[in-house]
Design a protein around this ligand. Structure first.
Ligand code: ZN
Ligand code: FE
Length: 254
């Protein structure tokens, strides 16, 4: 049976995602319990597992309240960040896979925003849950890791198939779009997508998920190795990771 993926807005600008294969239900990240419980109740689903991307409060804080309703919840998260995550039932690392019903889930270490941040790729659903690593037009701020490490993480995600759907953790898209235009004002794919995003936000519609195809064409953080982008930030011929670092630093102050 194919996977149904439901996007759940939480807090002011977070997203959680519920996956259901007709038998089992999994949740990616737990910003807060109430909106998640509401969706589960509406769908008539119980909750079997939670997959955590990283330790930040806005991705884990709803877990205790969910456990009260579902005491047998199985928690999956990064072995590398075990000490800071809630108690894990399944600890995973880069390159490992686990099963969710018929689906295989691939774990990618995408450290940078935090050290130990993981993404979950479900090839059969063409879905990647990237949280605060790769975002729509953007990427997470580099808090714990290094710039080269974040660049490497984004390159890993960029290497997934073009039609992969990117389920990222926040509705930061419009601000990211404004910023992307400062780097590549002449990028036509970017201009077109920015219009679509503004229109969606005006109607209060979520801009997450997005597609990797669109991110490749418009997300400046995935394009730091292009000569045209290097030229645009006056770093012609410089190292890809250095150009990424420059773009990320500019976004920090934007
Ligand atoms: Zn975070
Ligand atoms: Fe976050």
């Amino acid at each position: 049976m194919s996977l149904t993926i439901t996007t759940i807005p939480c807090l002011s600008d977070n997203y959680a995602f519920v996956l259901n294969d007709g038998t089992r239900t999994a949740l990616v990240d737990v910003p807060e319990a109430a909106p998640i419980l509401k969706v589960l109740d509406e769908k008539g689903w119980s909750l079997d597992e939670v997959w955590l991307t990283h330790h930040h409060a806005d991705h884990v804080d709803g877990l205790p309240a969910l456990r009260e309703r579902f005491p047998d919840l199985q928690i999956t998260g990064a072995e590398a960040d075990r000490d800071r995550l809630p108690r894990l039932d399944r600890a995973v690392g880069d390159g490992e896979t686990f099963r969710f019903g018929d689906a295989e889930v691939h774990v990618l270490d995408v450290s940078g925003h935090t050290v130990g941040h993981v993404a979950f790729h479900v090839p059969s659903a063409q879905a990647a849950f990237t949280a605060d690593s790769l975002m729509a037009f953007g990427c997470g701020r580099v808090f714990e890791g290094t710039m080269p490490q974040m660049w490497e993480s984004l390159c890993k995600l960029r290497a997934l198939p073009d039609d992969t759907i990117i389920y990222s953790g926040h509705e930061y898209t419009e601000k990211n779009a404004d910023f992307a235009l400062t780097i590549e004002p002449g990028n036509h794919a970017l201009q077109t997508r920015v219009k679509e995003v503004r229109d969606k936000r005006q109607r209060g519609v979520a801009t997450v998920p997005s597609t990797l195809r669109d991110e490749r064409a418009t997300n400046p953080f995935l394009r730091a190795d292009l000569e045209s982008v290097k030229d645009a930030v006056s770093m012609t011929g410089d190292d890809d990771a250095d150009v990424f670092a420059e773009i990320r630093s500019r976004r920090d102050g934007f």
